[in-house]
Design a protein. Structure first.
Length: 320
């Protein structure tokens, strides 16, 4: 057994996933248990403890080899103190000292951070960002989360709230985001936002579209994956929608380049997979939205970790 093993724990509103992660970022012995998000704090923690204990039960030799337990948790949270503050998706925890309790329960050091920061660190340490000094990471999915990693260290900002790149506004007349601002990239290019824009196009243009057929003829059931499948089947409306999505992402990333000039941009999540065929288009358009004369030199890469990004990211918190 590698003497540098880490347990990565990914906490969500409905589940806790955990896995044993090597010093090279390889994941084994994965488990998943329900999260008691609406119960009391003790029951919420019991779900986390059960997931960690399941890893030790599956790999007893890890008990003497695990050097830390990393945790991805919904925020707001304080990565310096390890306290989960008041996450909307985890009402069981309010000012909950998660890291301290994990440490006392299992006797190993623990760290906690949000999923965007952690997944970005995993990509910098073990994934698509290996070999690059400064990494900008984005998860494009149900929401858009980001992380900034400078020389293998997460940039947290003054209070730990930096890297909310999904809430950078690119259109102040745009749709209202759940964060309260208008025209955030999340409100335009997340999975649900793509579905909303698809419904608007179909309502405006009318006519037959494979998007609607894939959704069973029900506009309310349209999802981003229906748009992707329709595009693959040659649907013109889906093609225009994804081209527009690529354009919006290029505007956003042009701003990111002007602000950070990262060495690499790494993206993961379901929408990133959907947009992968459009990466060349995005890269071609970024220079039009950046004053940096070398903006077009920055690679845009798919992340190594897919569904396991949370586990890998959590482990990376203890692996840097």
């Amino acid at each position: 057994m590698n003497d540098q093993m880490i347990i990565g724990v990914d906490i969500g509103g409905t589940k806790v996933a955990a896995g044993l992660v090597s010093s090279e970022g390889e994941i084994s012995h994965k488990t998943r248990v329900p999260m008691m998000a609406t119960a009391d704090a003790e029951k919420g923690f019991a779900a986390v403890a059960a997931a960690v204990s399941a890893i030790f039960d599956a790999a007893p030799e890890a008990r003497g080899a695990v050097k830390g337990i990393g945790i991805c948790s919904p925020g707001p949270l304080d990565p310096k103190t390890g306290v989960v503050l008041n996450p909307p998706n985890l009402p069981c925890w309010r000012n909950f000292p998660l890291v301290d309790i994990i440490h006392r329960t299992f006797g190993v050091p623990a760290r906690v951070d949000n999923d965007g920061n952690a997944a970005g660190l995993a990509e910098a340490l073990w994934g698509a960002g290996v070999g690059y000094g400064n990494v900008f990471y984005a998860t494009l999915g149900t929401g858009i989360g980001t992380g900034i990693v400078f020389n293998r260290r997460i940039y947290h900002g003054r209070t730990g709230s930096a890297a909310e790149g999904g809430h950078v506004t690119i259109d102040y007349h745009g749709p209202l985001c759940n964060c309260g601002k208008r025209g955030c990239i999340e409100a335009l290019c997340s999975g649900p936002a793509i579905a909303v824009r698809a419904r608007a196009i179909l309502a405006r243009e009318g006519g037959a579209s494979r998007i609607l057929g894939l959704a069973g003829g029900e506009p309310a059931q349209i999802r981003a994956e229906h748009v992707g499948q329709a595009w693959r089947e040659g649907d013109q409306a889906a093609g225009r929608l994804l081209e527009e999505t690529a354009h919006l992402l290029a505007i956003w990333l042009g701003n990111i380049v002007d602000l950070l000039e990262p060495d690499v941009i790494v993206v993961g999540g379901g929408v990133a997979e959907l947009m992968n065929p459009f990466f060349d288009r995005i890269l071609q358009q970024i220079p039009a939205w950046s004053i940096n004369p070398r903006a077009g030199e920055i690679p845009l890469l798919m992340a190594r970790y897919g569904a396991d990004a949370g586990i890998a990211g959590a482990a990376a918190l203890c692996g840097a």
